[in-house]
Design a protein around this ligand. Structure first.
Ligand code: PEP
Length: 254
């Protein structure tokens, strides 16, 4: 089964390191049936364009601003990343929501801007530990979906991928004692997401939308997580930084 594998570099690597990475990834993943997407920092996008064009690897950014242009010192627009060659953009990542206080309203505006500029959106949703401990994760994720996708038409969902990323399962947020999420639990939350898409749109939309899982996917667990038919792919942070590891996950036949 063909999967979507998204690598989120976060704020890591230099341009020259990424150049080596991109060339190596293109070689190592040649012939993969999966859709492979790398999302490096903005400064690396033109390098991605130069060294990934001609390969089957897509690339994207990790954020955009919601306005098209103007007096927003330090921000980057959808048009700018598109011009740099990006096809995808990650929006609503928990780093953005928690560390930069991005609200669902802002994320909703960013999604609209991204779609208007012809980008594909990887929308991250997921609860933190406190919400999970209170058993509110399903309601929380449903609300994120409703708020983030408000005003987005069903035909536009073709360009939206939803990534279920429980904040507590992301490698940089967890301690050694936290156990990997079970397949059953991933499936339960993927089902919550699909049912919400069905409630807001249609059965067809819920069947067609791609739902990824993200949170400490690595060489030790990727076969279990991606071998699961309920998930359409994975978003991978820490483990994507090592090109050999990422290529193994990206190349696998699921
Ligand atoms: C992420 O932050 O998007 C992520 C999935 O990270 P990790 O794979 O390191 O848990």
């Amino acid at each position: 089964m063909k999967k979507i594998i998204v690598g989120n570099f976060k704020m890591n690597s230099t341009v020259s390191e990424f150049k080596t990475y991109a060339m190596s990834l293109a070689t190592k993943t040649k012939g993969t049936k999966n859709t492979v997407v790398v999302c490096p920092p903005y400064t690396h996008l033109t390098t991605a364009k130069e060294f990934l064009t001609g390969s089957k690897i897509f690339f994207g950014a990790q954020n955009i601003f919601d306005a098209e242009s103007g007096a927003y010192t330090g921000e980057i627009s959808a048009k700018m990343i598109k011009d740099a060659g990006a096809t995808y953009v990650i929006l609503g990542h928990s780093d953005r929501r928690n560390k930069f206080k991005e609200t669902d309203k802002l994320i909703n505006r960013k999604i609209k801007t991204a779609l208007a500029n012809g980008l594909k959106v990887v929308l991250c949703v997921g609860e933190n530990l406190q919400t999970r401990t209170a058993k509110q994760e399903a309601a929380f994720v449903r609300k994120q979906i409703d708020d983030d996708l408000k005003g987005i038409y069903e035909n536009e969902l073709e360009s939206v991928i939803i990534a279920y990323e429980p904040v507590w399962a992301i490698s940089t947020n967890r301690d050694e004692k936290t156990k990997d999420i079970t397949t059953k639990e991933i499936n339960r939350m993927v089902d919550v997401i699909r049912k919400e898409i069905e409630a807001q749109y249609s059965k067809k939309a819920s069947q067609n939308i791609n739902v990824l899982y993200g949170g400490s996917v690595n060489l030790g667990n990727y076969k279990r997580i991606l071998g699961n038919e309920a998930v359409d792919g994975a978003i991978i942070g820490g483990a994507c930084l090592d090109v050999d590891n990422f290529a193994i996950i990206a190349k696998e036949n699921y």
